[in-house]
Design a protein around this ligand. Structure first.
Ligand SMILES: Nc1ncnc2c1ncn2[C@@H]1O[C@H](COP(=O)(O)OP(=O)(O)OP(=O)(O)O)[C@@H](O)[C@H]1O
Ligand SMILES: [Mg+2]
Length: 502
């Protein structure tokens, strides 16, 4: 066995994150860990990577008992972790990023030539296709992820943990990642893989362990003996939801009208190029695209967080000259792409996070004053309605699991009856049960007239939720597709420009 975790228990104030967990991972296999939001997956992986100490239980690696005080102890016995949030420096090369923190010395100077050779060797051995001299900012998400994996291999990892690695990838990139993982396993490495997407788990994992409410419900299931529905039932006790919207609620009243919107990068290149569209009340407009094709800049321009030219009108009123706060007050809800950078104050309690970005409106304020009681009551409501799993509203946001942080943000942004919701990856990192609940909330609000701009890497979500679907490529809206007939595969190729000119 590569990894044996036995009787692992980990308590936080008010929560038992892990309770008597058993996880046995065979060497040379891909082992998936499934479980709903807050089940305890990330906590267990942080324990295995030396970031957190278990209160009880034992860890053995390759048959030897170990005790980790920090990640460097885990790295020393060959464990590596690729985090969900990439941790690469944009303005450095692959080579510089890989050696950062573990510089190979040759006398006093860094041995870059040796490092470059070693990166090439690793890249070739595992078919990663990484160019040591490429600049990180020029790489797409799939490439960046391969660099993260290479960095872990460079440090000598033989056991690699990937916490939700596919959330940002399009289907083709997911396939490539899985090929890479199979390559690693053929060479005798071991991969531990966390994902909420059950079809992915079934296609790549040899064995699956399901965790529910902090403990193992079923360990080491042979992936050939289960299907997605059975896994979902083990995870959340219910069937797989689907994101289909039923009857159309689209009206002819304009909610958001964007005209000739252009955003330029610092070197003057248009990253959003003359984009125009209208979203009506009761309509969900989906934008499909490979990450990095201008989606983030488009959203930030609409939110007034980034300079742009063109006009933006909200329910018939021009808001182009308003700043971000006034646009929010005028009725734009915003689920940001990066919940850590733009969505939450991690060290602040949940009820203060309820106020964030909404400080001038009820129930958070009364006249010029912050209304603490009102904000607290409304936080309780969000926790209830959106099923945010937490011991209370006074805990800090960083004590919530990733998916529960996301539910809190969606709940907050749906509050106060927004006219338009700008939703970037609203269910990223959210488990199948909670995803269905968020879809229900969105559908109910849409039936009441909410207009939604939906950006998502989850193509089933985009196709299922959208009334209108457009493809963005290199900053331009290049195609309209019919969500009623398009398949994820054909949408995926439209996104990469494969159908261009056709
Ligand atoms: N640093 C912390 N302080 C307090 N509680 C924490 C802390 N880290 C995690 N928890 C709690 O432990 C439980 C398990 O969280 P964990 O992050 O392991 O879940 P998860 O399975 O990774 O969920 P997700 O799919 O949403 O990422 C949750 O109830 C969470 O609130
Ligand atoms: Mg997690």
């Amino acid at each position: 066995m590569a990894v044996e975790l036995d009787g692992i228990t980990k308590r936080f104030p008010g929560v038992v994150a892990n309770r008597d967990i058993h996880l046995h991972v065979r060497r040379g296999s891909v082992h998936a860990i499934c479980g709903e939001n807050g089940a305890g997956k990330s906590t267990l992986m942080k324990i295995l990577y030396g970031m957190q100490r278990p209160d009880e239980g034992t860890i053995a690696v390759n048959g030897t008992k170990v005790s980790f005080g920090s990640p460097s102890d885990a790295i020393a016995v060959g464990i590596g972790m690729v985090h969900q949030h990439f941790m690469l420096a944009d303005n450095l090369t692959v080579l510089e990023n890989v050696v950062l923190g573990s510089e190979p010395r040759k006398g006093l100077s860094i041995d870059f030539a040796g490092a470059r050779r070693k990166i090439k060797e690793i890249s070739d051995a595992y078919g990663l296709g990484v160019d040591p001299d490429a600049l990180i900012e020029d790489l797409g998400v799939g490439d960046r992820q391969r660099v993260e994996i290479l960095k872990v291999l460079y440090r000598g990892a033989r056991i690699i943990i990937l916490d939700e690695p596919t959330a940002v990838l399009v289907p083709q990139e997911v396939d490539e990642l899985f090929d890479n993982l199979r390559g690693l396993v053929r060479e005798g490495l071991t991969v531990i893989f966390i994902s909420h997407k059950l079809d992915e788990v079934l296609s790549v994992a040899d064995e699956i362990t399901v965790i529910r409410r902090g403990t193992t419900v079923q360990a080491g299931i042979d992936s050939k003996t289960v299907n997605a529905r059975q896994l979902a039932e083990l995870m959340v006790g219910s069937e797989l939801p689907s994101p289909e919207t039923r009857e159309s609620t689209v009206t002819d009243q304009q909610a958001l009208a964007v005209r000739d919107l252009t955003v330029r990068s610092s070197d003057g290149r248009p990253v959003v190029d003359n984009v125009s569209f209208t979203i009506h009340k009761g309509e969900v407009l989906g934008i499909a695209g490979v990450e990095g094709n201008g989606q983030a800049e488009l959203v930030e321009a609409i939110m007034g967080m980034r300079p742009s030219t063109g006009t933006i009108a909200l329910a018939g009123t021009d808001v182009t000259s308003l700043d971000t706060r006034r646009r929010r007050e005028a009725g734009i809800g915003y689920v940001p792409e990066d919940r850590h950078r733009h969505g939450l104050l991690l060290e602040a309690p949940l009820w203060e996070n309820r106020i964030l970005g909404h400080q001038t409106r009820r129930p958070n304020s009364k006249g010029p004053w912050i209304d603490r009681a009102g904000a607290r009551r409304d936080t309780e409501r969000i926790v209830r309605e959106y099923d945010v799993r937490t011991p209370g509203i006074d805990v800090a946001a960083d004590a919530l699991s990733g998916g529960n942080q996301q539910k809190l943000i969606v709940g907050r942004e749906m509050s106060g009856e927004p006219v338009v919701l700008i939703a970037s990856h609203p269910t990223r990192g959210v488990d199948v049960g909670a995803q269905a609940a968020i879809w229900d909330h969105l559908r109910a609000a849409r039936a009441q007239g909410l207009a939604v701009l939906l950006i998502s890497a989850d193509l089933d979500e985009l196709i299922g939720m959208s009334d209108t679907l457009k493809v963005i490529l290199r900053g331009r809206l290049v195609a309209d597709v019919d969500p009623a007939t398009v398949t994820p595969e054909s949408l995926g190729s439209a996104m990469t420009g494969a159908g261009e000119g056709a």
